[in-house]
Design a protein around this ligand. Structure first.
Ligand SMILES: NC(=O)C1=CN([C@@H]2O[C@H](COP(=O)(O)OP(=O)(O)OC[C@H]3O[C@@H](n4cnc5c(N)ncnc54)[C@H](OP(=O)(O)O)[C@@H]3O)[C@@H](O)[C@H]2O)[C@@H](O)CC1
Ligand SMILES: Nc1ncnc2c1ncn2[C@@H]1O[C@H](COP(=O)(O)OP(=O)(O)O)[C@@H](O)[C@H]1O
Ligand SMILES: [Mg+2]
Length: 282
């Protein structure tokens, strides 16, 4: 097992080249946010924008439009009922699906569209309801994606893997991941107070940082957006995902020094400054 270290941030977060434009930092689509869970996809989107994705679009329930744009005019919006969703998915480098998506028939249809439209050039990050929908119907897994990153908390992983929380050992988790997705391009980010990350080749990484101030609704939604934003601009490697996991907790620890509770939106807020610092050390 390998501990993720700060050095990885210096390696992954490189200085931006003068000779570049938004298209060089990745296109990302975030899908989620039903009537009751609009905040989830807004927090994910905030994670992706502040992590530096070049172009960000959000497909969500139309009632979230005003709130989304009030916080994030940087994000493009698509009504998730719109038939253009399929074409939009095809144009993206990264798709994050699940935060606040819910378990409705429409949510299932969206998963079917995602599975049909994603391709080997793309990374799909699956979180929250997307994982729960796959637990109910494994055929919804977007297996054609070039890279898949699953980000369950322990209960979501229990539903998906059928391994009860006390029995979620590294060896059991690796076996379940390989059974679910035989492709070595899949990663499992199993979130907890010490998140373990498994890549498809059997390597195990542990995140040694983070704090209980981060036990706040929306913290995982934000992480999914940060992972997506990192992959969009730094490429779909194991190191990129590990750096995103570490950066999320590092921001949390920084805030926890003088905050009793760490708000997910505050994590997103400090990202650009922290990323600047590490890019100058690279
Ligand atoms: N602002 C918004 O819009 C927000 C919207 N959100 C959206 O809500 C949707 C549902 O997601 P969810 O995570 O809230 O619910 P679910 O998957 O049922 O898990 C809770 C159950 O699992 C159990 N549990 C055991 N271990 C656990 C662990 N380590 N971590 C967490 N839970 C653990 C836990 O046990 P208990 O608390 O009862 O002890 C409980 O029984 C999803 O779409 C998400 O994106 C949220 O992100 C919040 C902010
Ligand atoms: N006690 C803790 N110590 C460190 N990190 C924590 C702790 N509690 C929660 N986290 C982090 O917060 C996030 C919670 O994710 P999740 O349960 O999916 O949140 P949500 O669905 O509400 O957005 C994970 O990244 C997890 O590692
Ligand atoms: Mg979650």
């Amino acid at each position: 097992m390998t501990e993720i270290t700060e050095d990885l941030l210096k390696k992954v977060i490189v200085k931006r080249k003068s000779d570049s434009y938004k298209g060089k930092y990745g296109r990302i689509l975030l899908i989620g946010g039903s009537e009751n869970y609009g905040g989830a996809i807004i927090m994910s989107t905030e994670g992706a924008v502040n992590a530096g994705a070049g172009l960000v679009a959000t497909a969500t329930h139309p009632m979230n439009l005003t709130a989304l744009h009030a916080r994030l005019p940087e994000a493009m919006f698509l009504d998730w009922h719109d038939a253009q969703l399929a074409d939009l998915i095809k144009k993206m480098d990264v798709i994050v699906c699940g935060p606040g998506l819910g378990m409705s028939d429409l949510a299932k249809q969206i998963m079917v569209i995602l599975r049909r439209c994603c391709s080997e050039k793309q990374t799909v990050v699956l979180d929250a309801s997307a994982l729960d929908l796959i637990s109910e119907d494994k055929t919804l897994l977007p297996a054609n994606a070039g890279h898949l990153v699953l980000t369950p908390h322990q209960m979501e992983w229990q539903r998906l893997s059928q391994i009860r929380i006390p029995f979620q050992t590294d060896s059991a988790n690796i076996a379940a991941l390989n059974q679910l997705i035989p492709d070595s391009n899949a990663m499992l980010v199993l979130k907890s107070n010490h998140t373990h990350v498994y890549d498809g080749t059997g390597q195990i990484f542990v995140n040694p940082i983070g704090n209980p101030g981060m036990a706040t609704g929306g913290m995982g939604d934000t992480l999914a957006g940060i992972i997506g934003g990192f992959v969009a601009q730094f490429g779909p490697s194991t190191e990129t995902v590990l750096a995103a996991v570490y950066m999320h907790s590092l921001a949390g620890d920084l805030l926890y020094q003088d905050h009793y509770v760490v708000r997910p939106t505050e994590i997103a807020k400090v990202l650009p400054k922290l990323m600047k610092k590490y890019s100058e050390l690279s």
